[in-house]
Design a protein around this ligand. Sequence first.
Ligand code: HEM
Length: 122
Amino acid sequence: MEVFSKFATPGLLFALTLVFGFWLSHAGKPYNGLLFNAHKLIALGCVVFLGIQFSKNLQASDWQLIVLLAISALCVIALFASGALMSAGKLEYGLMLTIHRIAPVILVADLGLVIFLLKPGG
Ligand code: HEM
C-alpha cells in the first residue's frame, strides 16, 4: 500500500494527461494551443515525477524491473514523438494517432507491474 501511495502524484498527473488528451482530441483541429500545451506539460510533469519516484525506489540489481522500465521508456518516447509529429502534421497522422492510443495502454500495464514488483517500503 505504501508503494502505491508514493505514486499518487504521478498517477494523478497521468489521469490529468489522459483527460486533457481526450479533450484536445475532441476539440478538433487546428489544435487548441492551451489544451495542447496543458496536455504536453502535464505529461512531462508526470514523467519527471515518475522518474524521481523510481530513482528513489529502484535497486540496480532488479533486472526484471530494468527491462520493464526500458519498455515504459520506449512507450514514453513513442508518446512524445507521435504527439509532436501529430501537431507538426508530419508523417502519417492515422499511424501516429494509433501509436498515441496504444502506447498509454502498454505503459499503464507495464508500470502497474513495475509498481507491483517494487518491494514494500523499499
Ligand atoms: C504520458 C504521455 C501522454 C499520454 C498518456 C497521452 C495520451 C493521449 C490521449 C489518451 C489522447 C487522446 C487520443 C484519442 O483521441 O483517442 C491524446 C491526444 C493527443 N496528444 Fe497525447 N499523450 C501524452 C503525451 C503527449 C505529448 C508529449 C504530446 C505532444 C508533444 C501529445 C500530443 C497529443 C495530441 C496532438 C493529441 C490529439 C490527437 C488527435 O486526436 O488528433 N501527447 N494524448
